[in-house]
Design a protein around this ligand. Sequence first.
Ligand code: C2O
Ligand code: CU
Ligand code: CU
Length: 499
Amino acid sequence: MDAKQREGGRRALDRVSWLLPLGLLLVALGWACGSAHDGGMDHGGHGGHGGHAGMPPRVMDLPPSEGTLDGAAFVDRDPDPRVIEVDLEARPAEVEYLPGRKTTVWTYNGSVPGPRLEARVGDRVVVNFRNALPEATTLHWHGLRVPAEMDGTLAMQGPIPPGGSFRYSFELRDTGTFWYHPHVRSDVQVETGLYGTIIGRGEGEPTAAAEHTLVLDDVWLKEDGSFAANDMNSLMVGRQGNVLLVNGRPRPIATVRAGERQRWRFVNAANARYFRLALPGQKLTLIGGDGGLLEAPREVDELLLVPGERADVLITPRGAPGSTLDLVSLPYERGHMTGMLPTANVMRLHYSPEPALTPEPVPASLRSIPANPEPVRTRSFKLTEEMASGKEPVFRINGEAFPDITHLEAKLGETELWDVENDTEMDHPFHLHGFFFQVVSRGGVAEPSRAWKDTVNVPAKSTVRLSVRFDGFPGMWMYHCHILEHGERGMMGGLHVSP
Ligand code: C2O
Ligand code: CU
Ligand code: CU
């Protein structure tokens, strides 16, 4: 399929999805169970498959849920205004994702997402972490340039056993929206609820009447509220869920006033789901991404947010006072027919009864991002997959599957060009720890503007060229596919950056 056909297919699907009858709840439940059994995996049997293994479950159309939109805030134990000290305990808890059903999840301090940490550039962040889970874990600071021994990967620290603790301490260097999650069995642990955000604040940020950090996720639940087992499809394309969550709640309500600007910081914490976000009939103003603000705002109709990625958006909703509008996720084909699933509701906007305000103009420029220095070398990373009948799929980078990998050698202060070549039938979100990169080109097309990123989508059968600048800390760093089933099944590599 070429891009145009794909796009056409998506549009047709969008139309069909609006025609689907309401009351999908029961249908969806039946469908999800059906597909789990089709895969033959629900009770442990690794049924043979020949490249196709059913489809991910369909998202249930749950009613909008009342309650506060934002997740839990953090408690700072240190009186020094430049030191943020937080106690974080990973522990099981019960939540209600499906109306009237209990789901046992894993949390930081009892909530999904965990507390939203916030600090200013130059602040010290101290996290007294305790593991009250039944298995080992770590904390990884996705996107932040922290010392390698604070990065939470097993390349630099031992797993924190049940009952164990660890003190994470680093200086916050970066402005933007970042997140924390485990780096041990991350496919299971993140799915079960272990993630939270950390906001880095700087000077000269655009103003808004309200700001929300919106952590997007999906979970695959059975009718009784418990987690469904993986089927072969989940291992192959990554686990998608049948319930979409925003800050741990299905379809929460955001109260907006027509014409009044809000700032939304999106984080995609899902194992594998690509969110293709749109507010039908309205523009989104993209002002930032993984590594803070862009050079200039960009008006978009929709926004593709791949697992691990962040987007910083201004919205100035237009609509009648008292009316409602849904933020939706449109179909996206990332391989193996994932694009056949219909549009799903993510969040409900509720316009307050107050009269509309006249929107304030968005600043024309936000900051300047310097071009990276000339690269000293070019490296290639070839992503491949291996599907053998009756076996779990294996994903590789340059022929190697984690944990059997050879660390690359790089030097602090240097810049390298990385060609990430995706030789598989599906998209992979490529993520690098510890350093930002700039996208140079996608599929040979030069990137129109500069941005700092740490996660980028590499579409099936295409190459994305990155410029990576090693301007952080030395040590052992990881890079991997952020479809967590893929990273944990081989698509993860290591890099040694020497001083
Ligand atoms: Cu979200 Cu190894 O990262
Ligand atoms: Cu990371
Ligand atoms: Cu992948």
